[in-house]
Write a protein that binds this ligand. Structure first.
Ligand code: SAM
Length: 196
């Protein structure tokens, strides 16, 4: 059983967009309680359940406690936006590299919509710093954000660093929620970005 219904969101997105494959290294930002990490462990074969497929790696990070999960390395009580955490993430990754960064992070809601949206965009922007350190060229970011005025800034920044950026809108039935995802594929190499 999954630890949270959010598992089905990731399953739905992955079935449609084919992000996770056996053997990949995945960073899951905002892991607790761990449903996305469960899905990632299955899809990249991080627990080695399929002996005929390559074994992947999943690293989960959260501000809060995360219950142990077979097949996943965990970094609880850590802030993904903190450079010290980002360094620790790099150290924990095999060869210091990852193929996919997932983020279902959500800020503590203040109740003021504009502030919450801005904080959610800032969480996503911090993933670009992390990507610069650990993401393989050709890699992928899937990140949740709360749609609002600053969404276009996030899109612009993602487009500078990825060849393909898609906005994944929630199904019509859930449109009242401002929760949306960006899927950014084909991370450009460091040199390609610097030469701009
Ligand atoms: N994907 C999870 C699952 O499927 O079980 C649910 C994630 S929940 C919606 C959002 C999580 O993001 C919270 O557990 C929160 O603690 C975490 N979070 C928010 N800001 C964070 C940050 N700066 N660093 C690490 N985790 C963060």
């Amino acid at each position: 059983a999954y630890r949270c219904r959010s598992a089905f969101k990731l399953l739905e997105i992955d079935d449609k967009h084919r992000i996770l494959r056996p053997g990949q290294h995945v960073i899951d930002c905002g892991t607790a309680p761990g449903a996305w990490a469960q899905v990632a462990v299955q899809r990249v074969n991080a627990a080695g359940s399929d002996p005929n497929a390559p074994t992947g790696f999943v690293l989960g990070i959260d501000l809060h406690h995360i219950s142990p999960l077979e097949g996943a390395a965990l970094l609880p009580f850590s802030d993904v936006t903190d450079p010290k955490t980002q360094k620790k993430i790099q150290e924990m990754l095999p060869e210091g590299k990852s193929d996919v960064i997932l983020s279902d992070m959500a800020p503590n809601a203040t109740g003021v919509r504009e502030i919450d949206q801005l904080k959610s965009i800032q969480l996503c922007l911090s993933l670009l710093d992390l990507a610069q350190q650990v993401l393989e060229p050709g890699g992928t970011i899937l990140c949740k954000f709360w749609q609002g005025r600053d969404g276009s800034l996030l899109q612009k920044r993602l487009m500078e660093h990825f060849k393909e950026v898609k906005l994944l809108k929630p199904p019509a039935s859930r449109q009242e929620s401002a929760e949306t995802y960006y899927l950014a594929k084909s991370y450009k190499t460091g040199s390609a970005v610097q030469s701009r």
